[in-house]
Design a protein around this ligand. Structure first.
Ligand code: AMP
Length: 444
């Protein structure tokens, strides 16, 4: 079969009706948890000033360097399709006056994000994320609670064997010295690094710790670790985060090389992975080779986040400690499918309305509206004329009753009610039909 002329752009996909239940289930769980922990929802524009991201995320990060979709408006402004949700939320926190309200401010969001990445399993150019942010709290307990919230969401969605990887990347007191150490270390081994990392060495040596290239792994494994060089304050903060996690019994693993792909983090950073996931079937990727399966485990971080105490100030606000995280929705859907976790069930239909003839069709429209007002779910095939076809559809939908409005009934203002299980039929007055049907449904 030839390919259709128009297809979704590379790395982007339709969310088909059969998959909507997964997305709705995730949204329900996220909203319930957001409500419970006192987070309020915020929606920010899909497009933002490109500088918001280059300044916030960091000019030498992959997201800014290679992955941002930027467009120039007719007015000459540079706008970017948002690659992540924290910088826009911080922009809103400053712009919309949240800083003047009693702190902390707790916000959550959900929606599409865009990165010009190499499309592969679990990695898209348009993907959905939900995220939570807390402004105005510096205590380590908040970092632990943020991790707990994301862990709870994933557990609530029935995902098991989750592992939290955690690290501290220090702050402006201790990180510059560590960066220098790291620079010296990698400079003395520059020839053993991949081309990208040789560039990263000049721009931001921390990024090398993020590199997935095989060539860099042995060099990386011997590199100095941030946790050995934390200042007293960051050390205490990190220790407390781990103690809180111990207290609530969350399964974490220290990963001294976890730095995350965004520059705005300070102190705690974390990611959540599904441990030893056999082969999550990711959305939009029907068949994969063994090599690709390996790639899945590397790409399987479900959520990531951390503390970002300097970002609000960096983007023009007051000095405000903050902490947050985001989770990839497609990756959760992929895992739910792989684990046969059921999506949200659609609300079923209570009855089916079959009709025959023009007058009946006309009366059907009115009758359907009456049922809708009473919150009775009515299925129909108004475009069809054959009774046989309509009854077949009613059977397929599994409704308990079918209403048949034939030409005769339409003239007499009556309607036939057929009990689909036992096949018994009775005739009702049309103006009593809604009331009678509600009685029948309630008695079932
Ligand atoms: P980040 O914003 O990079 O910290 O990513 C947070 C989470 O979003 C990741 O753990 C993934 O689950 C998801 N994610 C990030 N980038 C992509 C992408 N290109 N495609 C699908 N999911 C993504």
């Amino acid at each position: 079969m030839s390919k259709p002329k128009f297809q979704t752009p590379a790395g982007m996909h339709d969310i088909l009706p059969e998959d909507q239940g997964y997305y709705q289930k995730i949204n329900d769980v996220v909203k319930n948890i957001a409500d419970f922990y006192g987070f309020e929802k915020i929606d920010t524009p899909i497009l933002e000033n490109a500088e918001l991201f280059s300044k916030g995320i960091g000019a030498s990060t992959d997201i800014i360097d290679k992955e941002m979709f930027v467009l120039k408006t007719k007015g000459g402004d540079f706008l970017a399709l948002r690659p992540e949700g924290t910088a826009p939320t911080v922009r809103a926190y400053i712009e919309d006056g949240f800083a003047n309200l009693p702190q902390p401010i707790k916000l959550w969001y959900s929606g599409p994000f865009f990165r010009y990445e190499h499309p592969q399993v679990g990695r898209f150019r348009q993907f959905r994320q939900f995220g939570f942010e807390i402004f105005g709290e510096e205590s380590a307990v908040i970092d632990a609670q943020m991790i707990q919230i994301f862990y709870n969401i994933l557990r609530e969605l029935k995902l098991k064997n989750l592992v939290i990887e955690i690290n501290s990347i220090g702050d402006s007191q201790c990180r510059p010295y560590y960066k220098k150490l790291l620079s010296n270390y990698f400079r003395s081994r520059e020839s053993a690094l991949c081309a990208d990392c040789r560039r990263r060495l000049r721009e931001n040596p921390l990024r090398i710790l993020d590199c997935k290239d095989e060539k860099c792994q042995p060099v990386k494994a011997q590199a100095p670790q941030m946790i050995d060089h934390l200042c007293e304050f960051c050390h205490k903060h990190f220790k407390e985060v781990l103690e809180y996690l111990d207290e609530i019994g969350l399964p974490y693993r220290l990963n001294p090389y976890l730095v995350r792909g965004l520059d705005y983090y300070t102190k705690t950073v974390f990611e959540i992975f599904p441990e030893s996931t056999p082969t999550p079937k990711m959305v939009g990727t029907p068949n994969r080779s063994v090599g690709e399966e390996e790639a899945v485990s590397k790409l399987s971080a479900l959520a990531g986040g951390g503390r970002y105490d300097v970002l609000v100030k960096l983007l023009g606000g007051r000095d405000t400690p903050a902490c947050g995280a985001a989770c990839g929705i497609e990756r959760i859907v992929g895992l739910m499918k792989a684990k046969a976790i059921s999506p949200r069930k659609e609300v079923g239909f209570d009855i089916f309305l079959a009709q025959l003839g023009t007058l009946a069709k006309r009366k059907s429209l009115k009758l359907i509206e009456e049922f809708r007002q009473e919150k009775v779910m009515v299925a129909e095939s108004l475009g069809r004329d054959s009774l046989k076809a309509q009854l077949a559809r009613a059977n397929k939908l599994g409704v308990k009753y079918t209403l048949i409005l034939g030409q005769q009934e339409a003239l007499e203002n009556r309607v036939i009610v057929r009990d689909m299980k036992i096949g018994r039929q009775e005739s009702l007055k049309l103006d009593k039909a809604v009331h009678e049907i509600i009685k029948k449904i309630k008695n079932k």
